[in-house]
Design a protein around this ligand. Structure first.
Ligand code: SAH
Length: 354
């Protein structure tokens, strides 16, 4: 049993079951035993691999899209260049390298990273050595000014709650203790105004998820972008509306039971982009598009051909595999979606449409 499992068993015995959101928050960010707090989980030796870790092309293309949006808005100087949940800092490093020759972009950028994990902050400092970077704990604490922001696989790490339809009410899925082990249970049937619209597209026994912290991100970013300009690009797995249980645990690249190794497995849920976009009041949101389509529109194939020039053998095969992994519908191309928040008066960043 993990150290965190023991703590949670005692806590539940003392004060009652946890919501899935409370459980997820403890698993991911408990100050001593949290998954992100204690480790660098990325890459072959870790638990999962993300798009920026697969290929430099991902961060480069996102960077060029943001830089074009910045130019289209009159190249505001200064502006905040932010990333939420930067992991190892790879995406930001690729973004900065790709935009180095965009006139004025680096001089005007105040790079600010929103990162909860001290371990990953250290890693980001290493990766971004040579750049002037600052950190903050929450998107609401970003410095003021026009905001150009990117977030890859950040929203999926934010805690969700789960509700099972029962008549015209809902039973919340809870984490409780059965026979000395963590187990799922259900709360009492409660009518919930916040889920009133889901009565139309669900039947008894269906499960729906809500993610208040993701909506809060949209609520923090949208009014700033509306008032001061900017654009925020979010890439994540999920769909326009979530239905069903999407809570998943990954450990050493294998699916795991979400209750089996608290603090030692990555826990995520699919992003409900409809609910997220609803939080972006005051600004416009782009249409949601599949990652593969987005990257093709930004020229990933041409970029891959450029990088392939002069490569042979294993490095060439790796590049071809990376291109396929990022774009192919059977890999990350369809499951991952992209959506931007942008000012009403401007077009969304390149690669996206209204
Ligand atoms: N964007 C990176 C990492 C994705 S993993 C990549 O694509 O490789 C999720 C990241 O979000 C990690 O850096 C994690 O520490 C961070 N994170 C998770 N929850 C957070 C929170 N509530 N506040 C700030 N950062 C958080």
């Amino acid at each position: 049993m993990t150290a965190l499992a023991e703590l949670l068993l005692r806590r539940i015995a003392a004060t009652g079951p946890l919501t899935v959101a409370e459980y997820m928050a403890e698993c991911l960010l408990h100050p001593e035993h949290g998954y992100y707090t204690t480790r660098d989980p990325f890459g072959a030796a870790g638990d999962f691999t993300t798009a920026p870790e697969i290929s430099q092309m991902f961060g480069e293309l996102l960077g060029l899209s943001l830089a074009q949006a910045w130019m289209d808005q009159g190249a505001p100087d200064p502006f905040v260049l932010a990333e939420l949940g930067p992991g190892r800092g790879t995406l930001m490093a690729d973004l900065l390298r790709a935009t180095a020759r965009v006139p004025g972009f680096h001089d005007a950028a105040r790079v600010c990273l929103v990162e909860a994990s001290p371990t990953l902050r250290r890693k980001q400092r290493e990766t971004l050595a040579g750049h002037d970077v600052s950190w903050c704990d929450d998107v609401g604490m970003l410095p003021p000014g026009p905001l150009f922001l990117v977030a890859n696989e950040f929203l999926d790490a934010l805690p969700i709650r789960q509700f099972l339809r029962d008549g015209i009410g809902w039973r919340e899925r809870l984490v409780t203790v059965v026979d000395g082990a963590l187990a799922f249970g259900l709360g009492a049937v409660t009518p919930l105004g916040a889920l009133a619209d889901r009565l139309a597209d669900t039947v008894d026994g269906d499960l729906v998820e809500t993610c208040a912290p993701a909506a809060a991100v949209a609520e923090a970013v949208a009014p700033r972008i509306a008032a001061r300009g900017g654009a925020a690009i979010f890439v994540d797995y999920g769909d326009w509306r979530s239905k069903g249980d999407t809570l998943q645990a990954l450990r050493a690249h294998q699916p795991d039971n979400p209750l089996s190794h608290p603090g030692e497995a990555d826990l995520t849920a699919h992003v409900d982009f409809e609910a997220f976009a609803r939080g972006a009041q005051g600004a416009a949101t782009s249409a949601m598009v599949a990652q593969g389509v987005f990257l093709e529109r930004l020229g990933i194939t041409q970029r891959a051909q450029q990088l392939a020039d002069g490569l042979t053998g294993a490095p060439l095969d790796a590049l071809i595999a990376a291109h396929r992994r990022l774009t192919h519908p059977q890999e990350m191309g369809s499951l991952f979606k992209v959506l931007a928040i942008h000012p009403e008066r401007t077009a969304p960043p390149p690669g996206l449409e209204r």
